[in-house]
Design a protein around this ligand. Sequence first.
Ligand code: ATP
Ligand code: MG
Ligand code: MG
Length: 551
Amino acid sequence: SEERSLNFLEEIIEKDLAEGTHDGRVLTRFPPEPNGYLHIGHAKSICLNFGLANKYNGKTNLRFDDTNPVTEDTEYVESIKEDVKWLGFNWSEELYTSDYFDKLYEFAVALIKKGLAYVDDSTSEEIAAQKGNPTEPGTPSPYRSRSVEENLQLFEDMRAGKFKDGEKVLRAKIDLTSPNMHMRDPIIYRIKHAHHHRTGDKWCIYPMYDFAHGQSDSIEEITHSICTLEFIPHRPLYDWCIEKLGIFPSKQYEFARLNMNYTVMSKRKLLQLVNENYVEGWDDPRMPTISGLRRRGFTPASIREFCERIGIQKRENVIDVSLLEFCIREDLNKTSWRRMAVLDPIKMVITNYPEGEVEMLEGENNPEVEGGDGSRMLPFSKELWIEREDFMENPPKKFFRLGPGLSTRLKHAYIVTCTDFVKDAEGNVTEIHCTYAPDSKSGNDTSGIAVKGTIHWVSVTHAKTAEVRLYERLFKVVNPASEEGDFKEYINPDSLQIIKKAYIEPALAEDFNPEHRFQFIRKGYFVMDKDSSPEHLVFNRTVTLKDSWAK
Ligand code: ATP
Ligand code: MG
Ligand code: MG
């Protein structure tokens, strides 16, 4: 995209490079916790971390931040790797915080030896009470003055499994008067008798985020550790640990997370939607997950473009989901082949077209591409399916489609004029009769008839069928997480409409290729769903052609 000014992280890196900090090396990391699938917010972080490394000739590590055995799983590890690759990024090393458990344990022992950490028998409630509130100093735990020897022994006993969950913790000994609550003797290790997806039952004590993250950065010699704004108050602790341990000085920087309207983006909430069957799974096309967006038909380029457009800020903001939709429309407009599909069919009979005759008409694949990007052949015959909404019995002025006496063009074919229609006993229109002008063929029109509308169609005898899934936003309110009560009460009941039998042009069925993306002329952009088989095609609507949500 076009030139833009540097964001604040680029400015920091350029300054570091100019000053020769870290010998001109740039190493970032993307550190997901494998407790869920990645979402569009993670994409922002991925594009940022990998993007900075790409721009400054650096590298990015993929580090699984797997310090909480209870919520983590290898299924998530695999999906995260797939999603990062799909977005178009290659990591330098695949690493796991759990691989550093021995090292982190040594770091904790080192702090104890320096008199900077102690084993505390207080309960979590007692610890919270000791910490107090920011306006007055906290009170020391009765265990704060334990000797180094006693602490070393107790910490070893914690590791050896001699205590139950919650019976003891290891706390850093920092400053109970600090206005920053994170510095008031934070817990750095806890007991958790739980099976870990990688280390199995080797450990029953696990480091807390604040003790694991910075040290992992340091072990890897990360130069720029980028996280979201909530971690600003954690930074003094990040720096304190690195300083006291005398290890590689990684630095933490913070940017505003992506918030987007009409969705939720916390993994905990997304997990609820999956577990409670509000959606089909993590990759349901209505989910804001990368896998959901992929299945919905988004391209990696459109997501990267979205992340580029939203930019990097230091203040919280909310991005309108229509920007994401705009990015995929822009991309697919340039790249996707046009095809005809009739979603709500009604039969049209061309009364003056010879019975049994079939003409093969040519239609370019994509008018946005020089030369049309090739073409496909469209069988045309006496009976066609057209869209029910393209006919009106009593059309208003400026209705340029079909109604008694009205003419319109059939895409890539002829101009037709409606002469008659048929109704059933209930008064529903069941068939439309037209005549066509034989000298009005597209590309060779000598009829002199001027029409303003063009409609799509599919030949009845040649049509193939498909299931079509129309998706709308999953939530009917701007910010479901901030509404009163449970966010799931705000799910849009019409977020999925399934059309069991749409008629599609034969070319759509000929080249069977899940994840193939198309524009269904006048209907939007669609992608073949993974549920498809050559016998049963399924298409998902990625997005409508225009922003139809706007009131
Ligand atoms: P969640 O709240 O969804 O559980 P998380 O921050 O706990 O998110 P992680 O797996 O720890 O999830 O996130 C990995 C990285 O992605 C972190 O560096 C985090 O800052 C970043 N990240 C997560 N959510 C967003 C977001 N909405 N916008 C930008 N970056 C994000
Ligand atoms: Mg996290
Ligand atoms: Mg989380």
